[in-house]
Design a protein around this ligand. Structure first.
Ligand code: BG6
Length: 485
């Protein structure tokens, strides 16, 4: 039994353009940084190729063909009773190269039609401006977000879409999971996140300090771009609700040992400065201290600081999938500039999914409370949460009790966070309500959907859509405002 939530609670789901739309060259679309990512797996990382190489498998080129199937797909979301649906605008449909003098009308028209279709079903669009899909041309010609000029290019893109969809979209967010890149370390595995966030690619010679300096510079420009977009958005329509977006894996210390506690706290700070700048419009003390005592001095002007302060967000959008447990690797003081002082360890109190992501519903309530402690009363929208799993079709049906168990347990924690803890959570949009290409691995078989899509990792299959058991479960949850879990 769940707890009935407020009538205006935004129930629904979320996807991103590059993982769903496919049609990577249709309607004048340019090449994005997602279009040159090969397919990988749980054990094989995705490769970032120099342009599109013949003969390689690029799963984002086909996605689930949402570009052509969105009408039928949205009808299924409507059938589940969705109040809101989050997707991103593919920047490259609007500005194929990122620095084009004029926007691409065919791309603009596509999103006009898409948002109209959502409204037809009574579904509120929730729109991400930049979800791991910046124009590739901005990487080859500008070096991605390492170049200050990209701020204005992004802000211009934001202005164009804010004006165009002024009366169709109210809820916006700027950069998806902007803080993922803070994970950059000696381990090249995490370089992938700096690519998806910032379009930066490191060579083998890059030291940890080089990587951190590049990530912080790019992150700063992204934050300034976000703050400027927030200001312009509010000028265009004062009713716009514009947020930042971060992943909030709950962080735990491996033990109450003081060094572990400090390591855990520093790991959190190393990630949360992005949220601080979004919400408070200023860098936190430990990061200012880091800039002073290390050689890492990002280009931050007084004008930038004024912009950050003037462009604070209206709400925070978050994704939550798992928790992470860390310990100190020595008795030394863990520091924000020493990721090597912190090690991720297994938490014996939680199970993991097939991709080793810790399944921890209470961690979501913990993360929500932590956010509310840091930014009291700031509205929070959960824009991603879900269970990636292998599904099997048996006699034309997909029975997915594992997914229902995961979602049920997480929604129950959200309800407690709202009702027992008084946290202003305004919506729950689960990730991938329809199966899409995984961002991390490029697989189709890592499925999150209530709706099964008959496509495999090579993009082969009928593309047919099938309602899973979880489809009917979620429909009932929405119909009862979360009471019937
Ligand atoms: C988030 C991203 O990191 O996690 C999504 O915003 C992504 O784009 C989701 O799909 C789940 O990750 P994955 O790797 O299972 O697709």
């Amino acid at each position: 039994m769940g707890i009935k939530l407020q009538d205006d609670f935004l129930w629904g789901g979320a996807i991103a353009a590059h993982q769903a739309e496919g049609a990577w060259q249709a309607g004048g679309k340019g090449v994005s940084i997602a279009d040159i990512l090969t397919a990988g797996s749980h054990t094989e990382p995705r490769q970032i190729t120099d342009g599109v190489v013949d003969g390689l498998n690029y799963p984002n080129h086909h996605g689930i063909d949402f570009y052509h199937t969105y009408k039928e797909d949205l009808a299924l979301m409507g059938e589940m009773g969705f109040k809101a649906f989050r997707t991103s605008i593919a920047w490259t449909r609007i500005f194929p190269n990122g620095d084009d003098a004029t926007p691409n009308e065919e791309g603009l028209q596509f999103y006009d039609d898409l948002f109209d279709e959502m409204h037809k079903h009574g579904i509120e669009p929730v729109v991400t401006l930049n979800h791991f899909e910046m124009p590739y041309h901005l990487v080859t010609e500008y070096g991605g977000w390492s170049d200050r000029r990209v701020i204005d290019l992004f802000v211009n893109y934001a202005k164009v879409v804010f004006e165009r969809y002024r009366d169709k979209v109210t809820y916006w967010m700027t950069h998806n999971e902007i803080s993922n890149q803070a994970a950059v370390s000696d381990n090249p595995f995490f370089d992938f996140m700096v690519w998806t966030n910032s379009g930066l690619k490191f060579d083998d010679k890059a030291t940890l300090a080089d990587k951190q300096a590049a990530m912080m510079q790019a992150g700063h420009y992204e934050l300034v771009a976000s703050a400027k977009a927030v200001q312009i958005g509010h000028e265009i329509n004062p009713d716009f609700v514009i947020g930042g977006m971060v992943n909030v894996a709950a962080l735990y210390p491996a033990s109450p040992k003081p060094a572990d506690m400090l390591a855990f706290q520093k790991a959190r700070q190393a990630r949360d400065w992005f949220t601080d700048v979004h919400v408070r419009g200023a860098y936190p003390a430990e990061l200012e201290a880091f800039f002073k005592r290390t050689g890492i001095r990002p280009d931050i002007t007084d004008e930038d600081r004024a912009d950050l302060l003037a462009g604070t967000v209206d709400y925070m959008a978050i994704s939550y999938y798992n928790s992470t447990t860390v310990r100190a690797t020595s008795e030394q003081d863990a520091e924000i500039d020493h990721p090597a002082d912190v090690e991720v360890v297994k938490n014996d109190f939680v199970k993991v999914n097939d991709w080793d992501w810790a399944v921890d519903p209470q961690g979501l309530r913990y993360a929500l409370n932590e956010l509310n402690d840091m930014y009291p009363y700031l509205p929070i929208m959960i824009v991603e949460n879900g269970f990636g799993a292998y599904d099997e079709i048996v006699d034309g049906q997909v029975h997915d009790p594992y997914r229902i168990d995961y979602l049920k347990a997480h929604v129950a924690e959200v309800e407690k966070a709202i009702v027992n803890d008084g946290i202003p959570v305004i919506g729950y949009l689960s990730w991938g309500p329809i199966d899409i290409v995984s961002a991390g691995t490029g697989e189709m078989k890592k499925r999150y959907g209530y709706i099964y899509v008959d496509l495999d990792d090579m993009g082969e299959g009928s593309g047919e859509r099938l309602r899973k058991d979880s489809f009917y479960w979620y429909k009932q949850v929405i119909a009862t405002q979360g009471e019937d879990l």
